[in-house]
Design a protein around this ligand. Structure first.
Ligand code: SAM
Length: 230
């Protein structure tokens, strides 16, 4: 199992430093150079980010909070969080290319309350009010999820927000079709997750789910949970 995980991580790091960077940097931007599938994924992902920002807006406490965004990509969540006046945003990604692009985008916007660095989320340290991990679990095999959630919880003083692709019969079926017709672009392995495994892991770490959302478009599906320390 350990070697499979290592292979997964190496593969993910390499992918998001090369083809994956080019692909996702375009999806996570307003570039016109995207196909219909990529546009659909962009819209779905935007909805997930907006749902998180809406929750935080409703709470009205962003300015008193520190945030740790694990697997930050190009900063799609970390940058608006900083713009909302978060006390401090600490964002990291296993891919140098993604973390550097996030840093570049933040600098171009004159953001000063966010830092971006390259790190496997399991090597992130510190204590933060809120820990977020959006659409990263898809790169984690089931048997590594509990450990990953335990680590996220250990970084959090108050709240964890995590999103993942849920393992329902319908999505398992879609994924099977996708594997039969993989298309021309190279991609990484993708893992769907049983919601109960994620919930149980959060509960075991002393967190209770407070709010939840599901975002589904044609090619994007993401379950979002917000859990608070009890
Ligand atoms: N969270 C970002 C967002 O929602 O815009 C990016 C989502 S993107 C689909 C997945 C990101 O997770 C990639 O940037 C990838 O490099 C990163 N990632 C995957 N495994 C990781 C790990 N073990 N530690 C840190 N980042 C990881």
């Amino acid at each position: 199992l350990a070697s499979t995980t290592q292979d997964d991580k190496t593969e993910v790091r390499e992918y998001f430093n090369t083809e994956g960077f080019n692909r996702w940097n375009k999806i996570y931007s307003d570039s016109d150079d995207v196909n219909k599938v990529q546009l659909d994924i962009r819209n779905g992902h935007d909805q997930t980010i907006q749902k998180i920002l809406n929750w935080l807006q409703a709470d009205g406490t962003v300015q008193q909070q520190t945030f740790c965004d694990c697997g930050c990509g190009v900063g799609s969540l970390a940058i608006p969080l900083a713009q909302m006046g978060a006390k401090k945003v600490s964002a990291s990604d296993i891919s140098d290319a993604m973390a550097n692009e996030a840093k570049r985008r933040a600098q171009a916007l004159g953001i000063r309350n966010a830092e971006f660095y390259t790190s496997d989320l399991e090597s992130v340290t510190g204590q933060y009010d809120t820990v977020t991990c959006v659409d990263v679990a898809i790169h984690y095999p089931d048997e590594k999820m509990v450990e990953m959630i335990e680590h996220l919880c250990s970084l959090s003083k108050d709240r964890v927000m995590i999103s993942f692709a849920p393992k329902t019969w319908y999505y398992v079926f879609l994924k099977k079709i996708g594997e039969l017709f993989p298309g021309p672009s190279k991609t990484t392995r993708a893992y769907l997750h049983e919601e109960s495994i994620i919930r149980d892991a959060l509960t075991k770490c002393g967190f209770a789910v407070q709010r939840e959302e599901m975002t589904a478009t044609n090619f994007y599906f993401s379950r979002l949970l917000e859990a608070k320390r009890v």
